[in-house]
Design a protein around this ligand. Structure first.
Ligand code: ATP
Ligand code: MG
Length: 587
């Protein structure tokens, strides 16, 4: 049965009054300058993320409020704002005592353990630039990133050091200090490294935050590598203003929330929203050290009484695959707001939230380059499942078409496809790609930042994702976004995941080919293939529906959970696979 095109929101559906109730009024009134005044700032016009996120609360009425609940496989560690302030000051002193100064780069390579959070925030305090890396990276991608970023310090664990870093250490002349976290209990002496715990114990737990300015660099984040070699995007302390505003509007954080951002800080979401934004709002964050497991995740949502949950389409698809019954085996009475980012969220997933959890899933859109959420489905606004939502207050978005002279034409009419662009000037906009000035320049045309994503805006101002410009399929004069085809396939009860590519064809330019993985209980076969081809044709029409469907046990994904269509295509065509440093699994 076709579902309605709209999920209507009424005040009665919302457990608390949303921070943003009147979208139009808030957009008119909002300025980034005013938002900045929600933060303390430092004397002399300074701004430091760690001061705003940690010390500000540690010196105020929220000092004893829980900042983090770190969940291990079997244990749990709770850390208050005042304790977080002390350990991050110790870490900043460790850097200072080692002679590591302002602007130098600190890389962090650990799982989601307390030391990661201490190191990131302590580095901000010390005025250093921090770059968190996925702990699952192999030696090659680590060497590339550490070399490119000229890392002066690396914080990692003993095991990761011995398995991955020791063998590349001689390629890293800029790396002056390696600080090791023991895997269990007592530190071991490993030549050429420091035991972090010992240095922490000797360091003072008070530290005067280095008076960074809003434009001083704070973070180096590598993009996901979905479309090619990851780029190193540089962000500044002033980005905290975006993190604060988006935490307020798009995640609707309220002081008593228990917030769970499931992303790893190796991906920008895990830093902007797994560390900075919730702390700016003084809420309690859940950090789970363990990898995805459907049963465990439902237990966490239930036991930890999570109220706001920020996750990704890939996780939602896996939870859907594990079945509604598992989800319903527990209850989540506190869960009031669910959001997702990273890939297009199929309407099927939005509805699944509504039907199984009693809460729809709110898609939002942003990129490593934007540093924070730009377009979102907001708690008080109706959802059009399949749409990314509306630009946040302070964000000016547009659909643009290129002109021959390099400028862009802003398209005013609704429902026209084009590149999604943002008016420059929001505080968390990237300030450069590391060692790639040319690429950075190409991101802009006049005042517009060009996202590389194709989208359209409807008459109500909602944005709809069409595809990445690299992924769009040109077939017999039609431009086909893979998302539309994937969403139609996902509506079939057998399909767990779908990835769609264009396959070169002499007659029509490209033909649409789909790769699907199946839900539990379904087996690949000719009959199912024909059924899926028929289902897609009925939903999409013959011009857009896939001509070919292949079954795969799982689809290739980045570590941040995105389907790598370029890899599906390279494999299909027998072409070189290109940069696979961020590939999660090799199906
Ligand atoms: P790379 O730039 O290295 O190819 P990447 O673009 O995947 O990798 P990220 O910055 O992590 O790296 O991802 C941003 C991209 O993810 C966006 O440009 C967009 O293509 C996609 N994306 C994020 N959120 C959404 C969403 N809600 N709907 C559709 N696409 C999204
Ligand atoms: Mg990108």
């Amino acid at each position: 049965m076709p579902r309605p095109a709209l999920i209507r929101k009424q005040a009665i559906d919302l457990a608390v009054a949303p921070n943003l109730a009147d979208y139009a009024a808030e957009c008119r009134a909002f300025t980034w300058d005013a938002a900045r005044h929600a933060l303390d700032g430092l004397p002399g016009g300074g701004l430091n993320i760690a001061h705003e996120a940690v010390d500000r609360h540690a010196r105020g009425p929220r000092a004893d409020h829980v900042a983090f609940r770190f969940l291990g496989a079997e244990s749990q560690r709770v850390m208050s704002y005042s304790e977080l302030s002390r350990v991050t000051s110790r870490f900043a002193n460790v850097l200072k005592n080692l002679g590591v100064g302002r602007g130098e780069r600190v890389f962090v390579l650990t799982g989601r353990i307390p030391a990661l959070y201490t190191a990131v925030l302590g580095s901000f305090k010390a005025g250093c630039v921090v770059s968190p890396l996925f702990s699952a990276f192999g030696p090659e991608p680590l060497a590339t990133r550490l070399k490119l970023g000229a890392g002066a310090v690396l914080v990692t664990t003993e095991g990761l050091y011995e398995r991955k870093v020791a063998k590349i250490r001689d390629q890293l002349p800029a790396l002056r200090h390696v600080l090791l976290v023991p895997d269990d209990g007592e530190p071991t002496d490993i030549p050429g490294t420091h035991a972090l715990d010992r240095l922490m114990a000797q360091a003072s737990d008070t530290f005067e935050v280095v008076p960074t300015l809003p434009e001083d660099p704070a973070l180096l984040h590598f993009t996901s590598g979905t479309t090619g070699t990851p780029k190193g995007a540089m962000h500044v302390h002033g980005a905290a203003i975006t993190h604060w505003a988006t935490g307020r509007y798009a995640l609707d954080l309220h002081p008593d929330d228990i917030f769970w951002c499931t992303a790893d800080p190796g991906w920008v979401t895990g830093t902007s929203y797994g560390i900075i934004a919730p702390l700016l709002h003084g809420v309690t964050s859940i950090v789970d050290e363990v990898e995805f497991d459907a049963q465990r995740w439902w237990r966490i949502l239930h036991e930890q009484q999570v109220s706001v949950w920020y996750t990704a389409p890939t996780a939602i698809r896996m939870l859907m695959k594990a079945g509604a019954e598992l989800a319903r085996s527990l209850d989540y009475p506190k869960l009031r707001f669910i959001a997702s980012v990273g890939e297009p969220l199929n309407p099927e997933a939005v509805w699944w939230g509504q039907e199984v959890l009693g809460r729809p899933i709110h898609d939002n859109w942003w990129q490593t380059e934007t540093g924070g959420i730009m377009i979102a489905n907001l708690p008080a606004l109706d959802i059009k499942p399949g749409s990314m939502g509306l630009p946040l207050p302070g964000v000016e978005a547009a659909i643009v078409h290129p002109r021959a002279d390099g400028s862009v034409e802003v398209i005013d009419q609704p429902d026209v496809e084009g590149e999604l662009a943002l008016k420059r000037g929001w505080p968390s906009m990237l300030r450069g790609y590391l060692h790639n000035e040319e690429r950075y320049r190409k991101c802009f045309s006049g005042d517009w930042y060009l996202s590389g994503d194709l989208a359209r805006r409807d008459a109500d101002g909602y944005y709809w994702f069409v595809g990445r410009s690299d992924d769009v399929i040109k077939s017999a004069g039609h431009l086909i976004g893979p998302f539309e085809v994937e969403s139609a396939l996902m509506e079939h009860p057998a399909v767990a995941e779908a990835g769609v590519i264009g396959k070169p064809d002499v007659m029509v330019g490209e033909v649409v080919k789909a790769f699907v993985s199946l839900k539990e209980g379904f087996k690949p076969g000719e009959a199912l293939r024909m059924e899926l081809l028929g289902h897609a044709r009925k939903r999409l029409g013959a011009a857009v529906a896939p001509k070919e469907i292949d079954f795969l046990p799982t689809l290739p994904r980045t570590r941040s959970g995105k389907i790598m269509r370029r890899l599906l295509k390279a494999r299909e065509l027998g072409l070189p696979e290109g940069d696979t440093s961020t590939l999660e699994s090799m199906p």
